[in-house]
Design a protein around this ligand. Structure first.
Ligand SMILES: C[S@@+](CC[C@H](N)C(=O)[O-])C[C@H]1O[C@@H](n2cnc3c(N)ncnc32)[C@H](O)[C@@H]1O
Length: 259
């Protein structure tokens, strides 16, 4: 396979799919859970907080809303939702990797906003009734799920008619002059820093998974098939981060469009 000049990593993990990917991702996040928050701050220069807060704004979250954050990891997105919904609202953060949830528990307990419940659950098979939430979010998680359409369809199913689904995710930047520099950071610098503090393989997986992740247009189509409409796409950080937001269609058949 031909690669960009800046993209050379000897130890790029072989990308997996289906059940194999699910197990790989679960094991990987279990291994890096204790260092996850620290590395997030270092590798994004703490920008990840700003991206999540913008996603919360685009979701139109209001005081008193019921929110779900899937693939919540250590619960940062859930905390941003809780700050807006306040004491009258409710927030659930769910993730299938128990060590990630466990590492976030003391942090989310300190929320100044509404109470947050952290739960172990697979985004592809959510244990919640249909139409139970006003807003459902996912931050840097959808790229990691094994079956994206199933997860997005589940997110739409548990969203009430007219509610919002928001997906914050890394993406490949457009083909502009700065792309080789972004690639150099992603494929060379990021794995080296990741390797200093945590398991290097996890931080070579990250840029590789960005490369193979669905395009903005494909993700929009996935959301439409899940019963979402009025899809807005917003690029951030030179197009390396992208927010997709959509509204749950009224009376769309539950599970409609899921593959
Ligand atoms: C990069 S972390 C993002 C964590 C958090 N949302 C954030 O913004 O920092 C990706 C998370 O997705 C979770 N994940 C991946 N596939 C999942 C699935 N099918 N169901 C639930 N969680 C999943 C992983 O366990 C991991 O905690």
């Amino acid at each position: 396979m031909k690669r960009d000049a800046a993209v050379h990593t000897a130890d790029v993990p072989k990308l997996k799919s289906g059940d194999e990917k699910e197990r790989y991702v679960q094991d990987m996040f279990s291994a890096i859970a204790p260092q996850y928050d620290r590395l997030n701050a270092i590798l994004s220069f703490s920008q990840h907080k700003r991206w999540r807060r913008l996603a919360v704004r685009l979701a139109g979250v209001k005081s008193g809303d019921r929110c779900l954050d899937v693939c919540t990891g250590t619960g940062d997105f859930a905390m941003d939702l809780s700050a807006v919904v306040g004491r009258d609202g409710k927030v659930i953060g769910s993730d299938f990797c128990e060590p990630m949830i466990r590492n976030g528990l003391s942090k989310v307990a300190q929320t100044q906003g509404g109470p947050i419940k952290m739960m172990v659950a697979n985004a592809e098979k959510l244990p919640y009734p249909s139409a139970a939430f006003d807003v459902v979010t996912v931050g840097f998680g959808i790229r990691n799920v094994a079956r994206i359409q199933d997860a997005v369809s589940e997110m739409a199913r548990v969203t009430a008619d007219g509610g919002r689904v928001v997906i914050l995710e890394f993406n490949r930047p457009p083909k502009r002059w700065y792309r080789p520099f972004v690639d150099f950071y992603l494929f060379r610098i990021l794995p080296s820093i990741g390797g200093l503090f945590s398991r290097k393989e996890a931080y070579t997986y990250l840029p590789e998974s960005m490369k193979t992740f669905v395009s903005r247009e494909e993700l929009t189509a996935v959301m439409e098939r899940a019963g979402l409409t009025d899809i807005q796409v917003r690029d951030l950080n030179l197009g390396t981060v992208c927010i997709h937001s959509g509204t749950r269609r009224t009376n769309y058949p539950v599970g409609g469009g899921a593959s």
